[in-house]
Design a protein around this ligand. Structure first.
Ligand SMILES: Nc1ncnc2c1ncn2[C@@H]1O[C@H](COP(=O)(O)OP(=O)(O)OP(=O)(O)O)[C@@H](O)[C@H]1O
Length: 623
């Protein structure tokens, strides 16, 4: 999408509102043409040696009426402009937010703080350009009318008045690339320092432990200096362009006034004509400088547009100009959370493929099926592609090949379809909000005590809540820093339970749960639902593997083996290694985990006595 196309989309977003603005501001900017005529009339009368003073009052009354009308129009026009400004900004910001939401698993081009700055600075740039286009028509009408009136008085002087228009246009066109470059540099430098500050805030402990304060400060000073220089260049150039436009016009105004004086001496020019020219030229010059500045703005806006477009999925950038619904005066419609609940029968995945850019890693040609009530475990060594598989399935990474069928229906956009209440997902590192635990679990939804307790119990969070001083009202701090890793993960699991989704997806609870707690979690999950829970879990724990109806063993991004635990232990070398490693790792596990390293045991060697292991498994997980 080009800047012109975006402009077209924005101006037609609320066409009525833009029309009202254009009309009111056209009146506001063009009525001064009448003031010029009134002044010409007044000074011609005043110097005509007439004794009829009543005639002198008439032009003054006209000028006063025009001035008062203009003030009244200004208030109305300003109100309409603010309304339009808020509509355009809201639309742009809503579209940008939707753009990000349509690609939930994507890493933003910079930190979230820097991305947020695009919602402010770049949207404001666009708004400023729209403002210029609102003023444009009135300025144009004034320029044309005043030009015609001045040409009727003296076409030679008027011709000189047009010259700066050409000069200013050429200058602004020539400066376009430089303007873009400076603007880009300034924004990038601002982005770097904003990201750096955000990273400092999130890593205070690491910096203190590493005694890195001094080097961080030096880096901060360095980035700040880079930003200062870039911002200085950008602002200086902007101001320089504005003042150059103004100076070209001021010089030509001076030349015109000299020409007027010569014409007056020759008797071709009255005092009234002189007053008219003096009045018109200032306004005319302002109009021309606006036109020149608009060319400059148009070129600069390319940078802002590029920065906003990068928030969208490739191919979806045009959505930035989509005429979205916005809700400035009323509440947005309630989100339908019941749609699709309980309707799950079957999920079929075929040939699922995603390769990370510039990398050989990813997930390749993965196929599997899952039916209602089944428990599928995805296992494999570290970096074998388990998380990538889950994230690609959920649309958090954009699949490059493969199909997903939900109840036999093709899922076109997994990121929009595989969400609660169809699926719910707990990532490896869940995020909590800086709010009470209760809010984090219910996510602001009004939930009954029974429902809440069931979710907490299923997530094996009940004992933790009893131990917390303020129970469910405990404030968890930014990203849940007041809780342990395991508590964060269990709180996120309870949050997932609250959605009552058809399919629950866990990405490796073992990093934060000890063996016993994880086993308890699976027990409760399946016992309390009467075996109806459908679940996909990334895990290497025996508790999960032994319960699984079906296991996928991942290796180098591909499914190396698929089947029941017994089949895989008998036939799949990778599964045998994992099982052996888990046996070695299990005794080392501790409560609240930090046992993810248990996976490091996966390379400890081939399983010895498979039959013995199976016996042990059956004994351990009997029933
Ligand atoms: N953005 C990325 N770009 C390139 N490679 C990536 C990216 N993210 C992950 N990888 C690589 O893809 C491979 C699979 O990663 P993935 O996280 O899916 O493995 P995993 O089996 O879930 O690992 P773990 O058990 O450690 O969580 C790894 O080699 C990882 O380094």
């Amino acid at each position: 999408m080009t800047v012109s196309k975006l402009l077209g989309r924005l101006l037609t977003f609320r066409p009525g509102l833009y029309l009202i603005n254009a009309i009111l501001w056209t009146i506001f900017h063009s009525v001064p043409a009448l003031v010029g005529l009134g002044m010409q009339w007044f000074f011609n009368r005043a110097t005509a040696h007439s004794h009829n003073l009543a005639w002198l009052a008439v032009p003054l009354v006209v000028v006063a009426v025009v001035r008062f009308t203009r003030v009244g129009v200004f208030f109305a026009a300003f109100y309409e402009w603010i309304t339009m400004l808020y509509h355009v900004q809201a639309m742009l910001r809503a579209n940008m937010l939707k753009g990000i939401m349509r690609w939930p698993g994507r890493n933003l081009p910079a930190t979230s703080g820097e991305a947020m700055s695009r919602f402010r600075g770049d949207v404001d740039e666009v708004a400023e350009y729209i403002e210029s286009w609102t003023d444009f028509w009135g300025r144009l009408v004034f320029a044309v009318v005043s030009l015609v009136i001045m040409a009727r008085v003296s076409w030679q002087i008027t011709a000189v008045a047009i010259l700066p228009l050409l000069v200013v246009t050429v200058l602004n066109n020539l400066s376009g690339n430089r303007a873009r470059r400076y603007s880009q540099m300034s924004r990038e430098a601002t982005g770097r320092i904003t990201s750096f500050i955000a990273e400092i805030y999130t890593s205070v402990q690491a910096l203190k432990l590493g005694r890195a304060e001094q080097s961080v400060l030096e880096r901060f000073v360095d980035l700040n200096e880079q930003r200062r220089q870039a911002a200085l260049k950008d602002n200086l150039f902007k101001q320089w362009m504005q003042s150059m436009n103004q100076h070209v016009l001021n010089i030509s105004t001076g030349v015109i006034l000299l020409m007027c004086a010569a014409q007056m001496r020759a008797g071709h020019f009255t005092v009234g004509d002189f007053a008219l020219f003096t009045f018109y030229l200032g306004n005319f010059a302002f109009s021309i400088s606006l036109f020149g500045y608009m060319i400059f703005q148009h070129k600069r806006l390319r940078v802002s547009l590029d920065r906003m477009r990068i928030l969208f999925r490739p191919g979806e950038e045009a959505r930035i100009g989509h005429h979205s619904d916005i809700y400035l005066y009323q509440d947005p419609p309630a989100v339908d959370v019941t749609h699709g609940l309980g309707g799950f029968q079957n999920l079929k995945v075929s040939g699922l493929t995603y390769r990370y850019p510039h990398s050989d890693n990813g997930v390749f040609d993965a196929s599997f099926e899952l039916s209602r009530g089944e428990f599928l475990v995805i296992t494999g060594r570290i970096k074998s592609g388990k998380s990538t598989m889950v994230r690609t399935l959920l649309g958090l990474l954009p699949k490059q090949a493969g199909t997903i069928l939900w109840n036999g229906e093709l899922v076109e956009h997994p990121a929009e379809f595989l969400i609660p209440p169809r699926t719910a997902y707990t990532p490896q590192v869940p995020r909590l909000f800086s709010d009470p635990l209760r809010e984090n679990i219910t996510q602001g939804r009004s939930a009954g005590l029974q429902e809440l307790n069931a979710a907490i119990r299923a997530a094996v969070m009940d004992r933790d809540i009893e131990e917390l001083e303020n129970g469910l009202d405990t404030f968890v701090g930014p990203r849940g820093v007041m809780l342990s890793g395991g508590q964060i993960q269990r709180a996120a699991t309870a949050r997932m339970m609250m959605t009552q989704a058809d399919v629950l997806i866990f990405d490796d609870l073992s990093s934060a749960l000890d063996v016993e707690t994880e086993k308890e979690l699976w027990d409760r999950l399946f016992q309390e639902s009467g075996g109806l829970t459908t679940c996909i879990a990334v895990s290497h724990r025996r508790a999960a593997l032994a319960r699984a109806d079906f296991i996928l063993v991942m290796k180098d991004g591909r499914i190396d083996g698929a089947g029941t635990l017994a089949d895989l232990l008998a036939t799949n070398a990778e599964m045998q290694l994992l099982w052996q490693g888990e046996e070695t790792a299990t005794p080392c596990s501790s409560r609240d985990g930090n046992s993810g390293d248990g996976q490091s045991g996966t390379s400890t060697g081939q399983s010895g006595n498979l039959a013995g292991q199976m016996e042990e498994t059956e004994a351990e997980y009997a029933g």
